[in-house]
Design a protein around this ligand. Structure first.
Ligand code: PHE
Length: 488
């Protein structure tokens, strides 16, 4: 039935009978389609309607099968021969299969059959298939005169309840047989011809439910990033502006007292930019101090004693760590007239020219934290790391000495992984060297503790992903992103 046909049927029936007590009598196969028509007539006040909710009983597949071919218990009864000998249970099973098991119980309960030794015998001469008869009644009328019966049959999974809604319809204040077709959209043609002036427009239904949007899901990495951010904020940190991927070698390496011939500064490990290849936008005075500390030493250090070149520092690159941002922030902190303790963090992308494999990509997200205060000690760093990882749900951490050009001492952080049964590296940390901090102009008693870790590793552990390419890139399963909750 088309919408127009349904509308015509509703209107002519109302016109003839004055009302429609129950729309069931109209015989419209699709109640949703009918509802659409009723709503549109309602919005024009042509009709009014009230829903009638009703429970219907419908047969399950098994119920239909029994209505058609008889109940299990009757099949069992029929399979038991007349006379005193009966039939062995095993034989019954062989003949009827699964039906025997289900049918026997009911047949015993009905006292149709009984046990005699190892055999089953008939206890009555004949039986009536009441279940089949009952199911047939339900099949025909969607109900049963004995109201207690359908629930019992439902317990045996032979029928089930279904809610259906039909409608009682009455005439509205503007009832008419000739409902003008309403326009649902204002078109260019209507505007050009002026037809919009006389046309009747469909009212907006502000109660209609929208289609749920399919987009707008956070990637697991972004969910875990959000958790980390909350931890940092809880602990009083400020977020660093880490939203630029291109950095100068100066901030990425030189400011961090990383010598110019360090292997990390090789094109094998770092992506350098071709165009533009360099920048010369640096604080001159500070750059001079960096040159001095690298080439000649100073601030109590002998330096590296090599010929520091500005061209090397000017080279642009994709930052290899967010510690470049930390260096910049600490330099700015040092320019304040008076030192104030600071806690900074960032969680953003870094890039390394690495061979891509199951656990490495050429880019990843780094979680970076920095605390600057007077007279901090290694004890502060260890204590703080313990607290920080505890908040992430990692309780058991140990430290191992390591080397970074910009920290002394430096410590790798390991955590016990229950699943893997071994210590896994979760971060790298240390206290920034005086060769890095003093040229910036920070007071000599200001110490800076810092640490970095990847966002990918904890995310993969939390989401049980063992190949990084299942987490990032064109091979990932979009359902993973849609359906995974934020998890700890
Ligand atoms: N930049 C280091 C890395 O990329 C992490 C780190 C940050 C280490 C700060 C010490 C201090 O692994």
């Amino acid at each position: 039935m088309t919408k127009d046909e349904i509308q015509q049927l509703v209107l002519t029936t109302l016109d003839r009978d004055g009302q429609i007590a129950d729309s069931k009598s109209l015989g419209v196969p699709d109640q949703l389609e009918l509802l659409g028509v009723l709503n549109s007539l309602l919005s024009m006040e042509v009709i009014e309607y009230k829903p009638i909710d009703r429970d219907l009983w419908v047969l399950t597949d098994e119920g239909s099968e029994i209505a058609e071919h008889g109940s299990h218990e009757v099949k069992v009864f029929n399979a038991v021969p007349t006379g005193d000998v009966g039939i062995p249970v095993a034989e019954l099973q062989k003949q009827l299969g699964a039906v025997a098991k289900i049918g026997q119980g009911q047949a015993f309960k009905n006292k149709w059959i009984g046990k005699k030794g190892a055999n089953v015998v008939r206890l009555v001469d004949s039986v009536e298939d009441a279940t089949q008869a009952d199911l047939r009644i339900i099949r025909e009328t969607a109900n049963h005169p004995d109201a207690a019966l359908p629930p019992l049959l439902r317990r045996r999974k032979l029928c089930d309840k279904q809610k259906i809604t039909t409608y009682a319809v009455t005439k509205g204040s503007k009832f008419t047989l000739n409902v003008a077709k309403q326009a649902s959209e204002l078109t260019m043609e209507m505007l050009q011809s002026g037809a919009w002036k006389t046309l009747s427009f469909k009212k907006f239904n502000f109660d209609a439910e929208g289609v749920p949007p399919t987009g707008g899901h956070l990637h697991p990495l972004m969910k875990v990033r959000e958790e980390f951010r909350q931890i940092f904020f809880e602990m009083g940190f400020t977020e660093m502006p880490a939203n630029h991927f291109v950095e100068s070698s100066f901030w990425n390496f030189d400011a961090l007292y990383q010598p110019q011939q360090h292997p990390a500064r090789d094109a094998h490990d770092t992506f350098f930019l071709k165009d533009p290849a360099a920048t010369s936008d640096f604080p001159a005075e500070y750059m001079d101090k960096v040159r001095t500390v690298h080439s000649k030493g100073g601030f109590g250090s002998t330096g590296y004693g090599y010929d520091w070149k500005v061209e090397e520092a000017e080279k642009l690159l994709l930052r290899t760590h967010t510690t470049a941002v930390s260096a910049n922030m600490l330099y700015r902190l040092a320019q304040q007239p008076e030192f104030k303790p600071a806690k900074y963090f960032s969680i953003d992308r870094v890039f390394r020219n690495e061979t891509v494999d199951a656990t490495h990509l050429a880019e990843f997200h780094q979680v970076e934290g920095v605390i600057a205060d007077r007279n901090l000690t290694l004890g502060n760093l260890i204590g703080f790391m313990d607290q920080f990882f505890r908040k992430m749900g990692i309780e058991n951490i140990v430290f191992k000495p390591t080397y970074n050009p910009y920290t002394e001492p430096s410590m790798e952080i390991f955590s016990w992984h229950e699943g893997l049964g071994k210590w896994v590296e979760v971060g790298n940390s240390g206290m920034f060297r005086p060769e890095m901090l003093l040229p910036m102009g920070l007071d000599p008693d200001v110490r800076v503790i810092a640490w970095g870790l990847s966002l990918e590793r904890p995310t993969m552990i939390k989401y049980g992903i063992d190949n990084i390419r299942d987490l990032i890139g064109h091979k990932i399963d979009l359902d993973l992103i849609r359906n995974n909750p934020v998890c700890r």
